[in-house]
Design a protein around this ligand. Structure first.
Ligand code: ASP
Ligand code: MG
Length: 464
């Protein structure tokens, strides 16, 4: 009865490493074919490191006046040939010509504004979707490549880091759903959009995740799958913790927090559209499709461990600002933060008392002017070489988490220099020395994850 209007639809997003070459693209085609009955929309990144290569080509044209795009051209044409898609080159060659024209323009007028950069970077995704669509068609699927702007992605004009505009919530389903209903499999560029004036924009590095979650949320998809080159969101950075393992489920907030704190799994803003609609997200590994992956859901699962993952960020500066005015002086914090805002320095962690504030920043910032400005009202002390260790998990259990974390630090002889429990309710962060961070992360990982692997009922038996 009412089922007629019920739309099954799944959005699948494949990142650069998942579509890096002909072998990868074939692997993706198999993954797509296995689920094609579910009515799919694909969102793709540029192939491999194409975005970086485009940036390099742009810099070369701009600084040295040279046009060099041989590697980009070769990678795309060779991939097509290896896939037996020579006949579809007609779609790719004009784009490569347009790119050559742009690079030679940049080399002649020596202009590479943020706006031009976005136009330049757009070629990566525009090329990859056309190759993928041709490959799917060659395997008998009714795929068709689309540029994001043809399917309703409108952004503001904040080039290199544009925001998708509200009207896209209406425009995307208006364009996408009729295609899906007539049996077309749209293969859509991630990362890019056009502003109201029709100028190409990008959503910031890694932005295809956001394109995909936006498409899924706006179309009311039943699920979005984000295909990466790891088995899901991991409990820690595998370069630091060798036995880091995929987390079964996390909440949107936890995933967003992990993205922000440097677990390079998702774009920091990617969870926002899904949070509005409750669309479930599945993070999967295109190199290992059989692995269950990580499910991102609205609220924590019952019986979940207190901690989801542990991350760290190095090269942090700790700034102590102590008011030199009278105790209880109001407006002190306001003055401090407006100084930071004026100098466009972004602050991560903050701890305050009435007359002092400690905060953390990335060490890349130059603080000399700010320090001079603040010296009217405060003494400012800067300490470099710090790291933020972040425990993402269920903050309702913060007492337990903090107790265990502090016990671990004490055991290691590591002094915790500042603590903050994020307003996000899912993160507990603290500052240690840069040189201590990895050891702390490893020890915390043992405490929160590895111990629990001991078979409880068998009293640790098991000789296998
Ligand atoms: N290709 C873009 C980048 O490398 C966008 C993405 O991959 O999500 O940042
Ligand atoms: Mg990429």
């Amino acid at each position: 009865m009412f089922l007629i209007n019920f739309r099954f639809m799944v959005v699948m997003k494949f990142g650069g490493t998942s579509v890096a070459d002909a072998v990868c693209i074939r692997r993706v085609a198999d993954i797509v074919k296995a689920q094609v009955e579910r009515r799919l929309v694909l969102v793709l990144s540029a192939m491999g490191d194409t975005t970086d290569h485009l940036l390099e080509a742009g810099a070369l044209a701009y600084h040295e006046g040279r046009v060099s795009m041989g590697a980009i051209e070769r990678a795309h044409l060779e991939t097509m040939r290896a896939l037996g898609l020579g006949a579809a080159e007609g779609e790719i060659v004009p784009l490569l010509e347009e790119l050559r024209g742009l690079l030679s323009g940049i080399s002649r007028i020596r202009e590479l504004s943020r706006r031009t950069k976005d136009y330049l970077l757009s070629f990566g995704e525009r090329l990859s979707v056309r190759i993928m669509a041709a490959c799917l068609v060659s395997l008998g699927m009714r795929a068709r490549a689309f540029d994001a702007w043809d399917l309703g992605f409108v952004s503001d004009s904040n080039y290199t880091s544009a925001e998708i505009m509200g009207e896209s919530w209406r425009l995307i389903p208006e364009r996408v759903l009729p295609l899906v209903e007539e049996g077309t499999l749209p293969v859509l560029t991630g990362f890019i959009a056009k502003d109201a004036g029709g100028v190409i924009t990008t959503l910031g590095r890694g932005g295809s995740d956001l394109s995909a979650t936006m498409a899924a949320a706006a179309c009311g998809a039943e699920e979005i799958q984000i295909w990466k080159d790891v088995d899901g969101i991991l409990t820690a950075d595998p370069r630091i913790v060798k036995n880091a393992k995929p987390v079964e489920t996390v909440t949107y907030e936890e995933a967003a927090e992990l993205a922000y704190f440097g677990a390079q799994v998702l774009h920091p803003r990617a969870m926002q559209p899904c949070m509005k609609t409750g669309t479930p997200v599945l993070v999967k590994n295109s190199y290992n499709p059989a692995a269950p992956g990580t499910r991102i859901v609205p609220s924590p699962e019952k019986g979940a461990l207190p901690v989801r993952a542990i991350t760290s960020r190095k090269n942090i500066s700790l700034v102590d600002i102590v008011s030199t005015r009278m105790l209880g002086q109001y407006g002190f914090l306001a003055e401090v933060f407006s100084s930071f805002a004026r100098h466009r320095i972004s602050v991560d962690m903050v701890a305050t008392s009435e007359v002092s504030v400690s905060l953390t920043l990335d060490t890349v910032n130059d603080l000399s002017v700010l320090k001079e400005e603040l010296s009217r009202i405060a003494s400012v002390e800067l300490r470099k070489g710090k790291a933020i260790v972040t425990i993402v998990g269920n903050v309702k259990r913060s007492s337990e988490i903090l107790a265990r974390a502090f016990r671990t630090c004490e055991f290691l002889g590591v002094r915790v220099q500042m603590v903050s429990q994020g307003a996000s309710k899912v993160n507990i962060s603290f500052i240690v020395e840069d040189t201590e961070a990895e050891e702390v992360v490893r020890a915390l990982h043992i405490d929160f994850f590895d111990r629990l692997e001991l078979p409880e009922s068998e009293g640790g038996g098991g000789t296998e």
